[in-house]
Write a protein that binds this ligand. Structure first.
Ligand SMILES: Cc1cc2nc3c(=O)[nH]c(=O)nc-3n(C[C@H](O)[C@H](O)[C@H](O)COP(=O)(O)OP(=O)(O)OC[C@H]3O[C@@H](n4cnc5c(N)ncnc54)[C@H](O)[C@@H]3O)c2cc1C
Length: 464
């Protein structure tokens, strides 16, 4: 039911002093309204409990950003647009400007304020994890004066805060000591803007000599309040980022959060996404923090894909769907070694029918079309692998075609060899030798060749 405007009273005293005096006279009777982007939603839905509103929008005392030597003070009445446009905020606190960019649309960013986001106290609010990792402090003001409280203590439970009925948030203070940290933020929702987060993360990290010197991770939408993952941070400090640590971090993070099922998502999905985001952050920290580019980024992105997308992405490296499923199930994989180990173990555990599926994804030696339709990527790799065969003279090509026919008559499948770096003559020699194999020996030889092909293709895939 919509509210009736005549039931409401609104005043605009125009100065901070006059407003806190009004709040002090009748504590709890007056509801401050800043940008109104939360208040007016409640009003429109007929759910606004307060009948008396005091306007704090555009109050000069609340709408400035002050840069001191050791901290930056963002007035509680600053909008998302104010923060996005501020040079120092953008340079030193990118997690905050990124969250501001995600918050609603442009109209909402021009109107919504950081103070309103904090007091509205939604566990899904996008700016709040950033405040946690930057160790923000809030300046609260009333007629009794000012007090400073760490933001981490401000939200005491679902939609509950430390704010007294006669207090306003005056400013958000951020210490200026995180500019050199690797910063990572991500919002997972139906869309990035104009959608409430299913899970969002803000994280900071610093590596020294390959070890995690400092790390700060906070998540939204996984507990009644935005949550700093202290235990996960503790297990990470002093360690180098490898596949073991990624697994431990994922498990610790999932154990530390308390997600719920609601209309936007399920607890199970939120837990899985939270673990993925922590792993993605650490992979980013590992590559950016140590200056290692490339392969880790490809893997980090792949680690976060849905299972279906992860399978289809690596399928051309081998051709067996069961192999791709097995490798994808072992995510997160931290580096090339972990990926190749997962690939080899999975390959060796497969059934013969899965090996056959992989074999069928290759063209005959000397040809370009596979027996079974294969992806454009797989065909391109086959062409590269057989480059030397393409350049062979006609007599060798004819001998290969003849030996291929004999092989298929004997073993009822395409001859598989790791052709990379081998001449046509060399491949012909291998083919003629393997024609003498018994069925069992030849199957295992072909499987080993396929394992080597897969390894080479995985290495190529990792190159960005
Ligand atoms: C279309 C739309 C999309 C949105 N998308 C997002 C999103 O993607 N992510 C997200 O996090 N939020 C989103 N929001 C929520 C909203 O924009 C934010 O919470 C906003 O920051 C609230 O600020 P405000 O100034 O509009 O608060 P108001 O609505 O004016 O106030 C909200 C609450 O804060 C109190 N308050 C405000 N300022 C102070 C102060 N200085 N001191 C004490 N109390 C104060 C008010 O009394 C009220 O209880 C969206 C809202 C809309 C309407």
């Amino acid at each position: 039911m919509r509210s009736n405007p005549s039931d409401y009273e609104m005043v605009a005293p125009g100065s901070l002093q006059a407003i806190v005096s009004l709040l002090a006279k009748e504590p709890g009777a007056w509801l401050p309204i800043a940008g109104g982007t939360d208040v007016m939603v409640q009003y429109a839905a007929g759910k606004l409990p307060a009948r008396k509103l005091v306007n704090i929008w555009n109050l000069p005392e609340l709408r400035r950003i002050e840069v001191a030597a050791d901290e930056i003070r963002i007035g509680a009445g600053c909008t998302y647009t104010d923060m996005r446009r501020h040079e120092t905020v953008g340079r030193e606190f990118p997690l905050l400007t990124t969250a501001a960019r995600w918050t609603g649309g442009i109209a909402n960013q021009n109107r919504g304020t950081i103070g309103g986001n904090i007091v509205n106290a939604s566990p899904a609010a996008d700016s709040l994890p950033a405040l946690l990792v930057y160790e923000a402090e809030l300046i609260l003001v009333s007629v009794r004066g000012e007090r400073r409280v760490p933001y981490v203590a401000f939200h005491t439970g679902y939609k509950k805060t430390l704010l007294e009925p006669d207090e306003l948030i005056r400013a958000v203070c951020l210490p200026r000591r995180f500019a050199s940290y690797v910063a990572y933020a991500r919002k997972v929702g139906a869309r990035n803007a104009q959608a409430i987060s299913k899970v969002c993360i803000a994280a900071l990290g610093l590596l020294r000599n390959g070890l995690v010197e400092d790390v700060r991770i906070a998540l939204g939408s996984v507990a009644p309040v935005p949550l700093r993952l202290r235990e996960t941070e503790r297990v990470l400090r002093g360690r180098s980022i490898d596949s073991d640590l990624l697994l431990i971090a994922r498990e610790t993070a999932i154990a530390e959060i308390h997600p719920i099922d609601d209309i936007r998502s399920t607890a199970r999905y939120r837990a899985a996404v939270a673990g993925n985001l922590v792993v993605e952050f650490l992979s980013r920290l590992g590559s950016e923090g140590a200056g290692i580019a490339g392969t880790t980024n490809v893997l980090a992105s792949w680690n976060l894909l849905s299972t279906g997308d992860a399978i289809s992405t690596i399928l051309p490296c081998c051709g067996s769907r069961a192999w791709a499923q097995g490798v994808a199930a072992r995510r997160p994989l931290a580096d090339e070694d972990a990926l190749l180990a997962a690939s080899n173990e999975t390959w060796r555990s497969l059934a013969q029918s899965d090996w056959m599926e992989a074999f069928q994804s290759h063209p005959r030696i000397g040809e370009s079309r596979a027996q079974q339709s294969s992806s454009a990527q797989s065909s391109a790799w086959s062409t590269q692998e057989q480059r030397q065969v393409a350049d062979a003279d006609a007599a060798v090509k004819a001998a290969l075609a003849d030996a291929n026919r004999q092989y298929e008559q004997s073993f009822n499948r395409t001859f598989i060899v790791c052709a990379t770096g081998r001449s046509a003559q060399e491949i012909l020699g291998i083919l003629l030798r393997r024609l003498n194999n018994d069925a069992e020996t030849e199957l295992h030889e072909a499987a080993e060749q396929q394992r080597q092909i897969t390894e080479i293709r995985l290495r190529k895939w990792l190159q960005p």
